[in-house]
Design a protein around this ligand. Structure first.
Ligand code: FES
Length: 442
């Protein structure tokens, strides 16, 4: 009998074996040797990322089993405990009191890297995290992950229209990008990152940047199937060649002087905005005239600006129809992106599930961005519960661009008389207690 040591197995066989491993085991394998480290970073092994679940010790890596899964009580309690810890946190301290395991501190600053280095992601769950628009910066230069089918941003209160605009950017790759995907990537880029597991009172998955010396003897990189290419280093190369980055800031909305805010109109009608908008404006410092509704600004221009972010997004209406512009600046450099709503030539969006439940900063402008350029032809599940600033107009516009939407899986505020009102599901946040809802406290 002849025996073969595992280190002598062909890399193709090893990769096949690695497909049976979960994220925790893959990370362990990645620490065995340089060759295994490279192998464990193969993009096709990391198609489903659940950083929040993994930080909780649940190392599931398949597609979501139950799209309607609600957070369990233990998870809710741990969130509430974390909230208390933050409240009691000495503001002069440099570190979070939960730094051993807190997924908010450890994982989220790296979400941007995940998105830029894993262009073939299909599922991304960032439920109930502090993720901000800047995490999606790479989508400005690379386009959103073209295979992304499931995006769960439930409870991500810092998400605004900017993320939706980035999500709406064409997912079609340029010839140059496609060529890069088919070429063997530069070896040195493989060494930029390692995945590392750390133990503590609770386990946390940490995406850690290598700080030591780079390896000098690169191993061979191979491509098994060009159609499955998901190599993170390709994206790193794109990223290296330039991109747009923005800084995070708190947004505000300004309407054209003299423009009548629809919140005021709604208040007279006694609709949900009479309570919710004033409550959230009070809570988060949004001015009364600054509601974020695109329908408030029915004049020639509606302007939305983010202080500190140095980003402007606005719509213009002219003889050629409506156009949606985003202007960003960072470090004195400015970029300008034009979203022409009549341009549907390159829509290629595979999103089937989108949850923005509790993302109360999202407005009609964000919904409009998603509905433009071909909309979301495969979207079946859309959760907009707790999106307090959207209106029936924005909803109608988006729904008309989502032909596959299943009413059973379509959630929005009960107090909006929106599309499919008789058949759509209502707000999911009524009993939630920790996500935005205009009926909180009732
Ligand atoms: Fe209005 Fe929940 S957001 S009922």
């Amino acid at each position: 009998l002849c025996s073969t040591h595992i280190s002598q197995l062909p890399t193709e066989i090893l990769l096949h074996l690695f497909r049976y491993l979960g994220p925790e085991d893959l990370c362990h394998c990645g620490q065995v040797s340089s060759a295994w480290s490279d192998l464990a970073k193969t993009g096709s092994l990391w198609r489903h990322l659940y950083p929040v679940r993994w930080a909780r010790g649940d190392h599931y890596r398949g597609p979501p089993a139950d799209l309607n899964q609600e957070p369990d009580e233990e998870w809710v309690k741990s969130l509430q405990d974390e909230g208390k810890a933050y409240q009691e946190w000495d503001e002069d301290a440099d570190v979070c009191p939960n730094f051993n395991w807190c997924c908010m501190c450890v994982l989220l600053p790296q979400v941007r890297q995940i998105l830029s280095l894993c262009p073939n992601l299909t599922h991304l769950d960032l439920t109930q995290t502090d993720v901000t628009d800047s995490a999606f910066d790479s989508w400005s230069s690379l386009g959103a992950c073209p295979s992304l089918e499931h995006l769960d941003l439930s409870g991500c209160e810092k998400i605004t229209d900017h993320t939706l605009k980035k999500l709406s950017i064409s997912q079609k790759r340029s010839d140059r990008q496609a060529k890069l995907l088919k070429s063997p990537p530069p070896i040195s880029l493989l060494d930029e990152r390692i995945l590392h597991l750390m133990g503590g009172s609770r386990q946390a998955l940490i995406f850690k940047q290598r700080t030591g010396t780079q390896r000098s003897s690169p191993s061979r990189v191979w491509v098994l199937d060009p159609s499955e290419l998901a190599d993170i280093e390709d994206a790193a190369e794109w990223n290296r060649r330039g991109g747009v980055s923005t800084t995070e800031g708190r947004g505000f909305v300004a309407t054209k002087p003299g423009g009548l805010c629809c919140c005021r109109r709604s208040r007279r009608r006694g609709l949900r905005t009479s309570y919710s908008t004033s409550y959230w404006q009070q809570q988060y410092g949004l001015g009364e005239a600054c509601c974020g509704h695109s329908t408030c600004c029915t004049g020639e221009m509606a302007l939305r600006a983010c202080g500190g972010l140095q980003c402007l997004s606005y719509t213009t209406r002219g003889s050629a129809g409506a156009e949606f512009w985003t202007k960003c600046s960072s470090g004195g450099q400015r970029c300008l992106e034009l979203y022409n709503r009549t341009d549907q030539s390159d829509a290629r969006r595979s999103l089937r599930f989108l949850s923005l439940s509790g993302c109360y900063r999202v407005t009609d402008l964000g919904l409009r961005a998603l509905s433009q350029r071909g909309g979301l032809p495969f979207l079946e599940h859309l959760n907009l519960s707790g999106c307090l600033l959207i209106t029936e107009v924005g909803l109608q516009e988006l729904v008309s661009a989502c032909p596959a939407l299943n009413d059973e899986h379509f959630y929005y505020c009960d107090n909006i008389n929106g599309p499919h009102a008789d058949t759509a599901s209502g707000c999911q946040n009524l009993q939630c207690g920790f996500r935005a809802c205009c009926r909180s406290g009732e």
